[in-house]
Design a protein around this ligand. Structure first.
Ligand code: DX5
Ligand code: ZN
Length: 221
């Protein structure tokens, strides 16, 4: 396992009445990123948070805020999330009628650009966009809810993406894996090529979230 992977705890599984505590946990555990799952009850059957919450988080942390938009018409939310203080904005390929346009909007907002695909979308669908993005988020569960099991077929997708990036001098593009990432499979997923691991329930539903974050990083040494 590479020692330079980053953990992005997803606050989706945290206590929404006390997000300061979630930030404290991330800080004490040494997590690199804060993953914010944005759901609109249209692209996915769940409803979560918007720019005001990101704005509040921004006031309380220096950490990299990683916004994962699971929304239709992503172009409408780029500017609000950028203004709220997001560092990275990821949109879903399946939700965009014009991916290039969304990428350009995110880029010109000053944020890093991420593109995500759902489990049933094949990775080759986004090969033509890879030279324009900073990261690819591979969903390893159906988006919408935390606490689901890792879909095995994601392994091959990560491998294919990793080798495509290597072969095309695109190593700067990061691979983020989101869904069902636990302590027991973290090493496996990083060995396949992941640079960033999102973990929600494994961190925030554990009895000691700070030590769980530290355990993820210990797996790397
Ligand atoms: C699901 C979200 C994930 C989710 C992961 O749609 O994108 O970020 O919070 O949760 P776990 O780690 O519990 O699978
Ligand atoms: Zn996510």
């Amino acid at each position: 396992m590479k020692s330079n992977f980053k953990l992005a705890p997803s606050i989706l599984s945290a206590n929404f009445s006390n997000l300061q505590s979630a930030l404290d946990i991330c800080s004490e555990g040494g997590a690199h990123w804060i993953h914010v799952d944005v759901m609109d009850n249209q692209f996915v059957p769940n409803l979560t948070v918007g720019p005001p919450v990101v704005k509040s988080l921004r006031r309380c942390t220096q950490k990299f805020i990683d916004v994962h938009m699971m929304v239709v018409e992503p172009e409408k939310l780029v500017e609000p999330f950028a203004r709220a203080g997001a560092d990275n904005i990821t949109f879903h390929y399946e939700a965009a009628s014009n991916s290039e346009k969304v990428i350009d909007l995110i880029r010109s907002s000053g944020c890093k650009v991420g593109i995500s695909i759902k489990p049933n979308t094949s990775i080759d669908k986004i090969y033509h966009l890879l030279d324009k993005v900073d990261l690819v988020l591979i969903m390893s569960v159906e988006p919408g809810f935390g606490g689901q099991g890792y879909i095995k077929g994601s392994d091959q997708k990560i491998k294919n993406l990793k080798s495509y990036l290597n072969q095309n001098c695109l190593d700067r593009v990061m691979i983020e894996v989101d869904g069902g990432v636990k302590l027991h499979n973290a090493k496996h997923v990083v060995d396949l090529g992941a640079d960033i691991l999102v973990a929600g329930s494994e961190v925030f539903k554990s009895s000691d979230p700070v030590s769980t974050i530290k355990k993820f990083y210990k797996l790397a040494s």
